[in-house]
Design a protein. Structure first.
Length: 410
């Protein structure tokens, strides 16, 4: 059984899986000089959990002095089961970064209906367990030196979340760790850290999920005290917005209603005004990690099919963002379904994501967006590998030092 640590406490058909290995990714040289966390890969995760909240570890060769040769490990896994997706990454250290050797992603919509009934539906649980079985088999194909498996908002919010976790353990051998909102925000920040502009004072990082959205104020002036100055987790995401406002026929009035609904949740962010002032006075940029911003980027590039290598790390200017947001808003459901970077599986969700991003843009206007096709899984892999002494040259301001927790929803 693959185990994790004790936890701290949509209606469409499931999506098809993607399954691909990725090449190593190099960090921005300027950020590397500052000792940013290792740069991150692509694709999808798996995991076992362990000590220090970073996942229990199994497998020989971690601290035995055994030398691992390139392509032979040690292998680490990170799995993220969210409200909408199940994603797995398996990777090995490669100098100051890591190389993805296997991956998996499938839209499972585990959280469909949870915002209305408070319960995970039977068919949603079946879809998720089917995807998790594939992840389990992939992890069994290698000796995993360390891993972490997490579940997020859907399992946090559902009254039958514990029942689902028991089923997962019994039917797949995987023991998931339900992480809290702070951990989710930290992992997203650590996973995207190397994409920060070295010339900027900070960034407004956002992760638009299926059932929740995290916003992080990254302040590079606070390097010694931790770059994550403040954060908030909002109880809105693409699935919950689609269920509340509809996702098929969305007119201008519907879209504006979604935007105002999201803005109505900003009162939860105690640093709201402070961040607004910082954005107005200092060089900041958006750092977006979600299907919404990667979709925007794919549409912006007019890709015939989604290509992570062209999307991850892409800069978009304010005019690019506005043009692509309007383009997607002008599409009807059929046009969104036909677009190769949206597809039928996300056609009813993408406008909810655009509404969250639009609310963020209106509240904290930045002129540029950096797109991150990376996030929680990559953050987990960085933590796991660093804990075992990998990722060279990443000591001074690595993930744990650089992203020391801020006060909850400061």
């Amino acid at each position: 059984m693959v185990k994790g640590p004790d936890s701290a406490q949509p209606t469409s058909k499931p999506g098809s899986a993607t399954d691909e290995a990725a090449q190593p990714m190099r960090p921005d040289p300027a950020m590397a000089a500052a000792g940013a966390p290792a740069s991150l890969p692509s694709a999808h995760p798996a995991g076992q959990a362990g000590a220090d909240g970073d996942g229990a570890r199994r497998g020989a060769g971690r601290r035995s002095g055994r030398r691992w040769r390139r392509g032979r490990g040690p292998f680490y896994a990170a799995l993220d089961l969210g409200t909408n997706n199940c994603r797995l990454l398996i990777a090995e250290p490669a100098g100051d970064t890591f190389r993805v050797v296997d991956s998996f992603s499938r839209i499972v919509r585990l959280g469909e209906g949870v915002s209305q009934s408070g319960l995970l539906r039977d068919e949603a649980m079946e879809r998720a367990i089917g995807a998790l079985r594939i992840c389990s088999r992939k992890m069994e194909n290698r000796t995993i030196a360390g891993a972490r498996l997490i579940a997020t908002q859907a399992c946090r919010a559902a009254d039958n979340g514990d029942h689902f976790l028991t089923r997962v353990r019994e039917e797949t051998g995987l023991e998931l760790e339900v992480v809290d909102q702070r951990t989710e925000a930290q992992l997203a920040a650590e996973g995207c850290f190397s994409l920060l502009d070295p010339q900027a004072d900070g960034a407004v990082l956002f992760d638009i999920g299926g059932g929740s959205s995290e916003i992080v104020w990254i302040d590079k002036r606070r390097r010694r005290r931790g770059l994550m100055r403040a954060w908030v987790s909002l109880p809105v995401g693409v699935v919950t917005l689609a269920e509340r406002f509809g996702g098929t026929d969305v007119g201008e009035a519907d879209f504006e209603a979604m935007v105002e609904h999201v803005r109505g949740e900003f009162h939860r962010f105690r640093a709201r005004d402070g961040l607004k002032q910082a954005v107005a006075d200092r060089p900041f940029h958006f750092l977006g990690t979600s299907g919404t911003v990667t979709t925007l980027a794919g549409v912006h590039l007019d890709l015939p099919r989604y290509d992570r290598r062209r999307v991850d790390g892409l800069w978009m200017e304010e005019s690019d963002i506005e043009r692509m947001m309007q383009k997607i808003r002008n599409m009807d459901f059929a046009a969104r379904s036909r677009n190769p970077c949206i597809g039928h599986e996300r056609a009813d969700l993408v406008l909810g994501g655009c509404a969250v991003f639009e609310a963020i843009r209106r509240e904290w206007p930045c002129r540029r967006l950096r797109v991150a096709d990376r996030g929680l899984r990559e953050g987990m892999l960085v933590r796991l590998m660093r804990a075992d002494g990998h990722l060279r040259g990443r000591r001074k301001f690595g993930p744990h030092a650089a992203m020391r927790p801020a006060s909850p929803q400061q």
